[in-house]
Design a protein around this ligand. Structure first.
Ligand code: PPS
Length: 295
């Protein structure tokens, strides 16, 4: 029997063929009809690719490096999650409708599911991608702690599901490729988690330039320090510890888990790695998009 406060982990429900968290799928009409504004900035990622990190960086830019202002609210209030819906909690769309203009909007939607209004309004977009192996590992631990997901089963089972796109938000391969193609025709900055790890200051300067802000070195330094993994892990307004345990249980695995590149080597067996690489080559064939699995 489940303890009284626990609800069973619901199965995913497909939206136009893309598996989605049940509550998100049930609220899909609201998301599809969302009205973007021309000065909205969209932050788009496949799950576990550094969304929170880039969100905190952008919010710091929007607040001219004032860390106190950035600590006024939790990250999920400052940068609402467009398709978020869980019973009893305001939806992402509800939160966004209450935000003042120059809204920051988080999404994990694959490019084909993004509400039309973002394209119609020609909103600026930042996409952040992370290598598939580290994403798979991070996602496996996140599935366990964030109970809106189905039970991931064993690591081997989850890795098969991930490879086949049978996870929430669907195929990693199609996600990174879809957004990569779209950047050719839209105002989009496409960033990589590995580049951000390698040289955060360089990548922060890119974001400043994309947003049309002067690249003041003082501001770059303040952002780099405030958004280091160590600082963000301790920051209650960034580390998701204010979410009820019934939704995210950090005792199973913390949201701010390791924050490194190459952790997959501690998780993949040699056989899993070989299988993954063979499939990866097939699924990534014909693209000029490439990832670093270590730095
Ligand atoms: S979510 O739930 O999809 O929005 O999660 P997301 O924020 O995209 O990804 C979580 C992973 O990003 C790591 N993280 C960071 N790494 C480096 N520096 C900073 N500042 C940072 N903030 C978050 C976080 O630890 C998760 O990765 P793993 O590999 O699980 O540690």
């Amino acid at each position: 029997m489940q303890p009284a406060e626990e609800t069973p982990r619901p199965a995913l429900i497909p939206i136009r063929g893309v598996p989605m968290i049940k509550y998100f799928a049930e609220n899909w009409g609201e998301v599809e009809g969302f009205q973007a504004q021309p000065d909205d900035l969209l932050i788009s990622t496949y799950p576990k690719s550094g969304t929170t990190w880039i969100s905190e960086i952008v919010d710091m830019i929007y607040n001219d490096g004032d860390t106190e202002k950035c600590k006024r609210e939790a990250i999920y209030m400052r940068v609402p999650f467009l398709e978020f819906a869980v019973p009893g909690i305001p939806t992402g769309v509800e939160l966004l409708q209450k935000r003042p203009s120059r809204r920051l909007v988080k999404t994990h939607l694959p490019v084909q599911l993004l509400p039309e209004s973002f394209w119609e309004q020609d909103c600026k977009m930042i996409y952040m991608a992370r290598n598939a192996k580290d994403v798979a590992v991070s996602y496996y631990y996140f599935y366990q702690m964030a109970k809106v997901h189905p039970d991931p089963g064993s690591w081997d089972h989850f890795l098969d599901d991930f490879t086949a796109g049978r996870v929430s938000f669907g195929s990693w391969h199609q996600h990174v490729r879809g957004w990569w193609e779209k950047r050719r025709e839209h105002r989009m900055l496409y960033l990589f988690y590995e580049d951000m790890k390698e040289d955060p200051r360089r990548e922060i300067r890119k974001v400043l330039e994309f947003l049309g802000r002067p690249p003041s070195e003082g501001l770059v330094e303040a952002i780099a320090q405030h958004t280091s993994f160590t600082k963000m892990k301790q920051n209650f307004m960034a580390n998701y510890k204010t979410i009820p345990t019934s939704v995210m249980d950090h005792s199973i695995s913390p949201f701010m888990r390791k924050g490194v590149t190459g952790d997959w080597k501690n998780q993949f067996t040699v056989a899993q790695n070989e299988r993954f690489d063979a499939d990866y080559e097939r699924q990534m064939e014909g693209t000029d998009l490439s990832f670093r699995m270590e730095i």
